[in-house]
Ligand binder design. Structure first.
Ligand SMILES: [Zn+2]
Length: 59
């Protein structure tokens, strides 16, 4: 059975463990229209980000 030659550093171990915890791109709900939106992005259905109208969406 293979035995590790060197102790893995805390940094290397933590980086691997945190990568295993990654659950993909997180989604939230828009505060204005309530649709599912990616975080830190302008809402595609109403065009509002942080309470400001960023883009005008045609209906
Ligand atoms: Zn919205």
């Amino acid at each position: 059975m293979g035995v590790p030659k060197r102790k893995m550093s805390k940094m290397k171990r933590r980086r691997r463990v945190s990568a295993n915890h990654y659950k993909g791109v997180q989604a939230t709900t828009c505060t204005v229209c309530g649709k599912a939106v990616k975080t830190h992005r302008v809402c595609p259905s109403c065009g509002i980000y942080k309470g400001k109208q960023i883009i005008t969406v045609s209906e």
